[in-house]
Design a protein around this ligand. Sequence first.
Ligand code: AMP
Length: 443
Amino acid sequence: MAYQSLKGFRDILPEESPRWRRLEETIRSLMRRGGYGEVRLPIVEATELFARGVGEGTDIVGKEMYSFLDRSDPPESITLRPELTAGAARAFVQHSMMQVQPVTKWFYIGPMFRYEHPQAGRYRQFHQFGLELYGSPHPEADAEVIVMGMELLHELGIENFRLRLNSIGTPEERIGYRAALLAYLHAHVGELSEDSVRRMDTNPLRVLDSKREEDIRATANAPHIMDALGDESRGHFERVQQLLAAAGVGYTLDHRLVRGLDYYTRTAFEFQGLDLGAQDALGGGGRYDGLIEQIGGRATPAIGFSFGMERLLIAMENAGKSAGPEPETDIYVVGLDDDSRRWAFTQTMELRRQGFAADCDVLRRSLKAQMREANRRGARLAVIVGGSELEARHAQVKDLAEGVQHGIAFDDLGGELRHMLERASSPQQGTADPAAPGPISAS
Ligand code: AMP
């Protein structure tokens, strides 16, 4: 049996790449305007980093990591990164960024790996775009990060989503809340899903996050975390909301949006796609003032988010904002016999040097077949040369969209081709049969 890619791992072929490129270019442009520097970090890290940095009680660490022992002696457990907040925090500490500048703004784009059950919008290798803002404990940082997420969706043309917002306070504030919630859950244990019952003692907040009907019903009257917050956390959250309102950002307060990890603090948010089916989280994030210290750095406030790029692409497609295919080549150079093929080859290389997207035949095909190929590749112009053209140092240049053809001296070729391509702003199909060769023959 021929090899297949592993379950949950996808190939991205050239016809899909323009969509990815458009997404990445939009991200990079926005990040540049926002003052975020790109980090490119290792795909693997020590397993211990994720155990501490993501948390032992999470699904990611508990059952989704690709971890294995390397060949060192004694062997070290290493893990394909399931997310990048922990890796970025590790790099932030390792490179002493706190001593370099008071505020550090980073973004990343790249593959992540989680052993999950694959389905539409959920893969085992997927890609995230994320950003992190280190150094500020203030609501201005929260608002900036959330607005960057909004701006991205806006620039991608994605409108069918909701921003859910909550504050989960500080770890100290959560101690009392956790106890109250646990008491409530124990009183309603018969109504909860099996998953939630299993989860509730280790991570009761996560029960609120469950999407199962029975859990939503059972927790309808559960205590709200907002009621457990002190003045400082409330003031922080109010200020975040004021700033979002001032920036024209709409949001929905959602007390069920929780992040059940100890180092998460205060603001939590999620961009929920409304036409994505079951896997509807476009992206999410929050403040994590405890993480840097947790992994051995000096306590540093931070906030960030990450978006799933496959899901952004699905949402762009749903919004009709996906990038269409690009023409593979602008100019196809056709040679008819041995000598003119050699000319076509060297001319193609020269045109590429001059900045054109140019190509020529490598299958020694007939004129007709080469013209058909030029057309299939979306070329706007065909440069056709046979024995008599070589002798006269004149090429026939055919506009494949309009079907017209005329002779151009070799010496003027680069300039003329540029001129013709500029005039033809976009490749279109002409009415004449573009594959039909002009009045030219091999001599
Ligand atoms: P998380 O780190 O779990 O908060 O995930 C951040 C974002 O990454 C989610 O909102 C999704 O858009 C995306 N994501 C997470 N897991 C997967 C996956 N297995 N396949 C595709 N996208 C994912």
